[in-house]
Design a protein around this ligand. Structure first.
Ligand code: ZN
Length: 239
């Protein structure tokens, strides 16, 4: 027998059968299917769902992300670009400099008084300019963030490489090297920190084992929220 239910805004389908334990799955169409024994009561069901909540939302977000195209940002006046979780509008300025002043020659793109300012002559290179800018910010941030965690975790980060890692946020190389995706600094700072802490912990525990999770949660007790944030919003962090 199939019925439906709802809990905290989450709709699910309920299927009772002769099974002994409860199970949950996400159907191809994105429906949440909860399979339960005949005798299970509403309290048992809700308790089970709330225990699985993070998992459910992660799966749903992944499905959504897969079905969604990456945002195609056009480099036009007024378009929003992300930095540390906030969106700033792009403003082209002529090379002589207008309004808020002339962009320094060495930095054709800058974040200035709440706007990304790019020299008009750099329009054709806008994407490259943004990537270069993000890379620079990551280096700057990491210099300040790594010392917050390295002694507590007990690792030494020997080097940082900032690369295009596609849909991976970071990876852990050999010999204390951490690779960062240039897109990572579009995330809010606590999520950025989580990406960092995750890889720093990998320097001592490579697998996503219980030990790994314990170490991460010791440094960042609410890390599951950041993981969830990434799975729900990660696809937006792109150019
Ligand atoms: Zn990992």
């Amino acid at each position: 027998m199939m019925t439906t239910g709802e809990m905290d805004g989450l709709e699910y389908r309920l299927k009772r059968s002769d099974r002994k334990s409860m199970g949950i799955s996400i159907e191809r169409n994105g429906a949440v299917m909860v399979k339960i024994p005949h005798q299970a009561g509403l309290n048992d069901i809700e308790k089970f769902i709330s225990e699985k909540k993070v998992w459910i939302y992660q799966k749903l977000a992944k499905k959504k992300a897969l079905n969604r195209e990456r945002p195609k940002r056009e480099f036009v006046n007024g378009q929003g670009f992300l930095y540390l979780g906030k969106s700033y509008r792009l403003r082209f300025i002529d090379d002589a400099g207008t309004g808020s002043g002339k962009p320094p020659k060495a930095a054709p793109l800058r974040l200035w008084h709440g706007y990304f300012e790019l020299a008009e002559s750099e329009k054709a290179n806008a994407r490259e300019r943004f990537i270069a800018w993000y890379k620079k910010q990551i280096k700057r941030r990491l210099k300040e963030r790594i010392p917050r965690y390295d002694k507590r975790i007990g690792v030494t980060v020997k080097d940082i490489r900032i690369l295009d890692l596609g849909h991976r946020w970071a990876s852990c190389g050999r010999n204390g090297v951490i690779n960062f995706n240039w897109r990572s600094v579009m995330a809010p700072i606590w999520v950025f920190d989580y990406i960092l802490v995750h890889e720093m912990v990998h320097l001592i525990e490579r697998a996503h084992s219980d030990r790994f999770r314990n170490l991460v949660s010791r440094i960042m007790p609410d890390y599951e929220e950041h993981e969830l944030w990434l799975s729900e919003n990660g696809a937006e962090l792109d150019l």
